[in-house]
Design a protein around this ligand. Structure first.
Ligand code: AMP
Ligand code: GLY
Length: 427
């Protein structure tokens, strides 16, 4: 099979890495890819937003299956476009991807199909929103309705914080059109969990559990980011508990949307807070998590390409997935200043030694590119992920941190406490 992977992050690198191991693969393409992906796929400089350009390319190259990494082309309707042209593609259609594209839509769907989620109000009028936050009990969480790369969520401790946040999002356009409408919701407390499942509109195959670390700095301080590190599996939850959570947060959505004629085909990712009252959904994403994918997929024994192809062909026959009995930890190396402003074009040293073929540690590139001298330099906020496999979480952590320490890139940072809380409890 000729396969095209769309995207340029660490998630897409691990997808390429996994797909490249499939006996079904004959040739791998990526658009636009990154420096790491270019080692295993033929990269073409087509932007992920250029869905017509991607469709033309897939047609021209006779691509058998396209796999979409990021959310924006899904929300724009790339799946509908490809399918209209008779091209096979893995991911949900535009109507289903609205679960991620509009937080207000996701909340309404959760309410309709009885999925537990925080109490909320939706506002398009800034004065009404401000009036509400002044009257309501603090803290609250304010979320830009549309896509904001994981950064459009602000926890407000005081009414003044909330009013300022509403001004920034709704009046000053801090997140462009995405923030003109907002969801204001109750703050939930507990442990976060990422639950991802492969879905064909009816059948649901859960992936292994994982936990991301959203805040930029150690001990969960600093602003929200796209994710600073993840591990899998989460020892806090047994397989039975995970299956129960899937029944509460994934099945009702797939079934409910299906009853309205919206077939959810692809990955459905539920970001969950496990509270004292049980699991509550914080958000849905319509794609693999980043960096969750880099912590989950190295543990997967089954052929992911085969399963994705079955789903895209509307013929899912795989019943369940097989996993290596290992833990994996993925630690993000980020540019100084991320998730705010940061420098680009900074040389990354030590990669060859770090990337030398090893069975228990991998570098997955994200914001990397080659400069005119062929040197690998930074090109994004999240630069790369060091992923370590181990017999348990402790071993995985050792391998991940040993790897990231080999990489030298001026002005960058990473969190040293990924998986720390789980390790305190589960030694
Ligand atoms: P979201 O994009 O909705 O998942 O939000 C990003 C991050 O903000 C989540 O992973 C949580 O860490 C945090 N968050 C979002 N909603 C809430 C909430 N209602 N209570 C507490 N934390 C939240
Ligand atoms: N790691 C969070 C996300 O992929 O949305």
């Amino acid at each position: 099979m000729k396969v095209l992977v769309i995207g340029s992050g660490g998630r897409e690198h691990v997808l390429c890495w996994k797909i490249a191991q499939s006996p079904l693969l004959t040739k791998l393409y990526a658009a636009p890819g990154n420096a790491g992906i270019s080692e295993m796929a033929e990269c073409h400089d087509i932007k992920v937003e250029d869905i017509q350009g991607l469709c033309d390319f897939a047609k021209k190259e006779k691509i058998d299956l396209t796999v979409v990494g990021p959310e924006s082309p899904l929300v724009e309707g790339i799946v509908d476009l490809f399918e209209k042209e008779g091209l096979k593609i893995f991911g949900p259609c535009k109507a289903a991807a609205r679960l991620e594209g509009s937080k207000a839509f996701a909340k309404d769907v959760m309410n309709k199909f009885s999925v537990p989620t925080a109490r909320y109000e939706v506002f398009s009028n800034v004065n009404e929103a401000k009036h509400y936050v002044i009257e309501t009990e603090m803290p609250v969480v304010i979320k830009a309705d549309g896509l904001a790369a994981g950064k459009g969520v602000v926890i407000c401790e005081s009414s003044q914080d909330a009013v300022n946040t509403l001004t920034q999002m709704m009046s000053d356009g801090a997140f462009g059109e995405s923030g003109r409408k907002v969801v204001v919701e109750q703050l939930l407390e507990g442990e976060e969990l990422s639950v991802l499942a492969l879905c064909d509109g009816e059948k649901i195959i859960p992936l292994a559990s994982s936990q991301d670390h959203k805040r930029a700095y150690e001990h969960d301080r600093g602003p929200n980011t796209g994710g600073m590190g993840a591990y899998s599996p989460c020892p806090q939850y047994s397989d039975v508990q995970l299956a129960e959570i899937v029944e509460k947060v994934i099945r009702p959505i797939v079934k409910g949307l299906g009853s309205e004629g919206i077939i959810y085909r692809g990955i459905l990712y539920a970001g969950i807070m496990i509270t004292r009252e049980g699991p509550f959904v914080l958000e849905y994403n319509c794609r693999f998590g980043d960096p969750e994918a880099q912590a989950i997929l190295p543990r997967l024994k089954s052929d992911l390409l085969a399963v994705m192809n079955e789903i895209a062909s509307a013929n899912l026959t795989t019943q369940s997935l097989e996993w290596h009995d290992k833990a994996c930890m993925a630690v993000v190396l980020a540019s100084g200043g991320y998730p705010g402003h940061y420098k680009k074009g900074v040389p990354i040293h030590g990669l060859p030694a770090a990337e030398a073929k090893r069975e228990n540690a991998f570098v997955f590139h994200a914001g990397t590119t080659k400069n005119e001298n062929g040197q690998i330099v930074t090109s994004g906020g999240r630069i790369l992920v060091a992923a370590g496999l181990g017999d348990n979480l402790r071993g995985a952590r050792e391998n991940a941190y040993q790897l990231i320490e080999k990489i030298n890139c001026e002005g960058t940072f990473y969190r040293r406490d990924i998986g720390g809380r789980a390790l305190e409890v589960y030694r």
